[in-house]
Design a protein around this ligand. Structure first.
Ligand code: ZN
Length: 495
């Protein structure tokens, strides 16, 4: 067997001012054929798992380019078309192949392309023809367009949010592909449109139980090869944005459709109940300040999450902490490359006037004007994230004069995955009373064990987090919460 693999992935917040060109990929991951490292990034596990599978099978794996850009705004047309044509050219040179196994994300939007992955998959299908297996792994924060479903044989999708299972789902992808290539199964995909958009953390109910049920059905139902919930990505203003349910069966599309519908209606029935309780900045700060002494309270600024494509420079929470005179505070991080540069020029120990934060977009608060003491500088700072290291760039730890508030300013946008981001600037996070971080849910596994309490906080509007009010131009209007019940009781669910 000859199998072609490649990866092209990013998550596009179409409301973000941080546009992406080729350098956006080169800064995160750009691996020409054969150059992908041994360890996978979020969307490139099909490449690394594929190496092992093909080695064990004695098959030929032809690697194309693998590229990933950290979530941000619109991808430039030339960048998308350039990477796409690079991969298509590699595929044409690799022909004939028996299968194409891809790592995608599924929420890319490029200038002139609302559905780049649909475009890529369709062109791949045109090159390889109808008889060749085409499959991909997706992030659930993606847009499952009809074009993609038509072009691919099947998808597997991370089930967990946080995405702790991206390698497991790449294993599923390859296992089903191998079984299909060796003639044991015939994967077909059935899709149910849940007509909604929501946020679905799987570390809590009702999604925890939902994911466990999907895994149990995959294990127990011999016709089911894979089940996935596409959560959807509400910051992508594209026509087919929304929550979908996928059932991949062994040649049983009607069974798959019924199952996808049943599970999809479960998600629909729980609409609005999936997301964690979220406080505003006033409530969050009051609650954190009232907490008894002991381990720190962690306040997550959930919507200013660079992992969702925002700049990560909002100051709304910091402004509230300053106004309330909060003590023992460390903020990690606020993105401001210019302020970092000024701190580096001033040097450790200097006291300088500094304006920082809230420069990227409206609704992120006001820039902070303060006299700050530069306590620590770190070139090329990194934090842990599970097994990997995440760079957050040259960084400066400053104390706001006349307060007990310290802020880490960084120069490479990164969400706050792990308390080691504080250690990197000489802060012992356990010595602080309040830790403010920028992350929606990926922080939870590492921060919860050191926290007396985790507070999810919605501060300002750096991210379009209320679909009923977001000024979409392209998103369909027939999904909850835009209307309250798009299925319309009592005929709910009738197409
Ligand atoms: Zn995601």
């Amino acid at each position: 067997m000859r199998v072609f693999t490649a990866a092209l992935a990013t998550e596009t917040n179409t409301f973000s001012p941080i546009f992406v060109d080729r350098r956006g990929f080169e800064d995160s991951l750009y691996a020409p054929p054969g150059q992908h490292p041994e360890t996978p990034t979020l969307c490139t596990a099909p490449v690394t798992v594929g190496r092992r599978v093909c080695r064990e099978k004695g098959w030929t794996l032809i690697e194309g380019t693998a590229a990933w850009a950290d979530p941000a705004g619109l991808v430039s047309r030339a960048t998308y078309e350039g990477l796409r044509d690079e991969i298509l050219g590699q595929l044409e040179a690799a022909l004939p192949v028996d299968a194409v196994v891809l790592g995608l994300h599924g929420a890319m939007v490029a200038a002139g392309y609302d559905d780049p992955e649909g475009d890529l998959l369709t062109r791949i299908r045109e090159i390889v023809g109808p008889g060749v297996l085409v499959c991909a792994e997706l992030d659930p924060h993606s847009h499952l367009t009809a074009k993609r479903v038509a072009a691919a044989d099947f998808f597997t999708v991370f089930k967990e949010f946080p995405h702790t299972d991206f390698v497991d789902r790449a294993e599923d992808l390859w296992r089903i592909a191998v079984d299909a290539l060796e003639g044991r199964v015939r994967p077909v995909m059935s899709v149910f449109d849940c007509r909604m958009i929501d946020v679905f953390p799987t570390s809590r109910e009702p999604m925890r139980g939902f994911v466990d049920r999907m895994l149990a059905i995959e294990r127990d139902d011999p016709l089911v090869l894979s089940l996935s919930a596409i959560h959807g990505f509400m910051a992508g203003d594209v026509p087919e944005m929304g929550t979908k349910m996928i059932a991949v069966t062994d040649g049983a599309p009607e069974h798959g459709a019924a199952l996808a519908r049943r599970l999809g209606m479960e998600l629909y029935d729980n609409r609005g109940r999936h997301v964690m309780p979220i406080l505003d900045e006033t409530e969050a700060v009051a609650r954190a300040m009232a907490a008894p002494a002991g381990r720190p309270v962690v306040i997550a600024d959930v919507w200013d999450n660079p992992g969702g494509g925002t700049a990560g420079d909002a100051t709304v929470l910091l402004g509230e902490l300053m106004a309330r005179g909060a003590e023992g505070v460390a903020v990690g991080t606020i993105w401001d490359p210019m302020a970092v540069r000024l701190c580096f020029v001033a040097g450790e120990g200097a006291t300088i006037p500094l304006r920082f934060g809230a420069k990227s977009a409206p609704f992120t608060g006001a820039p902070i004007d303060a006299t700050v003491e530069v306590l620590r500088l770190a070139a090329g700072a990194e934090m842990r994230f599970g097994e990997s290291l995440v760079p957050f760039g040259d960084s400066a730890r400053v104390r706001l004069e006349g307060t007990d508030i310290e802020v880490i300013l960084n120069s490479v946008r990164a969400q706050s995955f792990d308390p080691s981001l504080f250690d990197a600037l000489g802060i012992d996070p356990l010595e602080k009373k309040i830790l403010v971080i920028k992350s929606t849910n990926h922080f939870y596994a590492a921060f919860a064990p050191i926290a007396s309490e985790v507070i999810y906080c919605s501060a300002g509007r750096p991210y379009p987090n209320d679909p009923a009010r977001t000024p979409y131009r392209k998103v369909r209007r027939d999904i909850w919460p835009i209307p309250a019940d798009p299925f319309g009781d009592p005929e709910r669910g009738e197409e």
